[in-house]
Ligand binder design. Sequence first.
Ligand SMILES: [Zn+2]
Length: 300
Amino acid sequence: MRVSLLFLLFATADLLVATVAQGDDRRSLPQSSRLTKPRAVMPSGSAGVAYSDNFVVRSQQPGQSASKLLETCEQLRGELQTTWAGKVPPAPWRPRCEVVLHANSASYAQAVGRGAAQTSGSSLIQFRGAQVALRRIDLAPVTAGKTSALAHELTHVVVADCFQGRQPPKWLDEGIATRADSAEKQRLHERDFHQALNAGSTFALADLLTIDRCATYDQYATFYGQSLSLVDFLVRQGTPDRVVLFANAALREGYDRALQQVYGIDNLAQLDQLWRTQALAASTSATAATPASLSQTAPE
Ligand SMILES: [Zn+2]
């Protein structure tokens, strides 16, 4: 996150996992997601640009249709808002979310900046007060017909709407976005987490909930896997949108009060015990079921 006088900026980028085949992100959305009808596509007249109520999509990659990508964006937005916000707001996004599919890695790197070589997508959200002033997603060129990072990055944009200009907690933001990754990538995050759990190198829950950045590559792998595990645990306690309500309550009143109000859990220590007990029970089978030939999952 970068902060300026006028804007509160959230920027995330997601590293490519060289050993992971990029899958269909929508496959991994929660089963409870309800599909919403995509809004009308209104091509601008340029083959590489398409507009809708909520998006401006620019495809700079030959052979990749902006209109088709726009339809995917609208469908994903509806699914993600229904899942995490509990509803699709009647008002369209203003400003629209700009989605740029870059023609090549050089163009993508120029737009995203440092670290672009390890990423396949990046999102940028700017706030002026509680109002969103800019929504933008940059995507690296598509390989094998898949825009694998779109669902993850669009999740960040949707979640940002739920916090009225405040930065969502990092564990929540990445834990939720990781649920939109391909099933194969999620399995790698789970494997990283279970390896850390068995090695005793996971974060204390109080640290996980307040961390904004990690010191080492290994810590990032643990952070993403552990955040995914915690979000999954909380989703099983109720509904996905209650996790977002919980995080909002925690920002206002602290985690102990939020746990009591939303989940009937006494405090962080009890959450840590409940979550860790379930995670340890699942650890042996999860570790054994993951192919050993895949290397460590990259942080995002
Ligand atoms: Zn992310």
